[in-house]
Design a protein around this ligand. Structure first.
Ligand SMILES: Nc1ncnc2c1ncn2[C@@H]1O[C@H](COP(=O)(O)OP(=O)(O)O)[C@@H](O)[C@H]1O
Ligand SMILES: [Mg+2]
Length: 223
């Protein structure tokens, strides 16, 4: 079975697709990684199509109907070490299913008041999922953050949700938007950039939570 990471926040524009794309691309460098687009908006699908046009090798990407995710995922992820699921930005069967099939749920948020308050609903749904899946791991990822007081205050406010906040924070960086538009990850679009370093650190943190054979290295390493 693949280790399943779901990127889930019931709000649009917080960086779910950006994180799904870049995290899967980073993990793809050392693990057999599948990117699963379970959001009808199809951002990951469009990104993969753009990647295919440019001939760059990214993670294999599949589109899945969130309503049949729980049934189809074992078959779809066969042969992969890790699956990264991008999920829809609204409450529904699809978003719940994407959390229920996960081993690790990452909840991206932007450090603004409205975003932090809106995260409450996502945390509630996650808690419901954890009632059914007590082994489900989770963490909040701060995205589009900077070094201001707001980011510090956001971290403190997030403490009240009882969910760990990953030490790696993704900054507000032009490279993320540019890379996605050109069908690349920031690792390929802007190697050596701060954005690339943040994504690499995020992938390392995720890998360190994986144990056992599911986290084992690719037999044929690409790089
Ligand atoms: N860390 C970041 N720095 C700059 N722009 C970002 C960052 N994360 C996301 N964006 C941009 O914000 C917009 C929304 O991000 P997206 O990943 O599509 O959010 P979601 O999938 O949650 O709706 C996109 O235009 C994306 O390029
Ligand atoms: Mg999206």
């Amino acid at each position: 079975m693949a280790f399943v990471i779901t990127i889930a926040t019931l709000k649009g524009g917080v960086g779910k697709s950006t994180i799904a794309i870049n995290l899967s691309a980073a993990l793809h460098r050392s693990r057999r990684t599948l990117l699963v687009d379970a959001d009808p908006q199809g951002t990951c699908r469009a990104w993969a199509a753009r990647a295919a046009e440019t001939g760059r090798e990214g993670p294999p990407t599949v589109v899945v109907d969130g309503r049949s995710l729980r049934r189809d995922l074992p078959q779809i992820t066969r042969g992969f070490d890790i699956a990264v699921i991008d999920s829809p930005p609204r409450l529904g069967i699809e978003a719940r299913a994407a959390m229920l099939v996960a081993d690790l749920v990452l909840l991206p948020t932007v450090p603004g008041a409205a975003d932090l308050w809106a995260l409450r609903e996502s945390v509630d749904v996650l808690e419901e999922a954890r009632q059914l899946r007590p082994d489900l791991r989770c963490a909040i990822v701060l995205n589009r953050a900077d070094r201001t007081m707001l980011t510090k205050t956001a971290r403190e406010a997030l403490g009240s949700y009882g969910i760990p906040v990953l030490p790696t924070v993704l900054g507000q960086r032009v490279a993320f938007g540019e890379a996605t538009l050109t069908g690349l990850s920031v690792l390929d679009h802007a190697p050596g950039s701060a954005a690339a370093a943040e994504v690499a650190a995020l992938a390392d943190q995720v890998l360190s939570t994986l144990g056992g054979p599911r986290g084992s290295r690719k037999k044929t390493s690409r790089r």
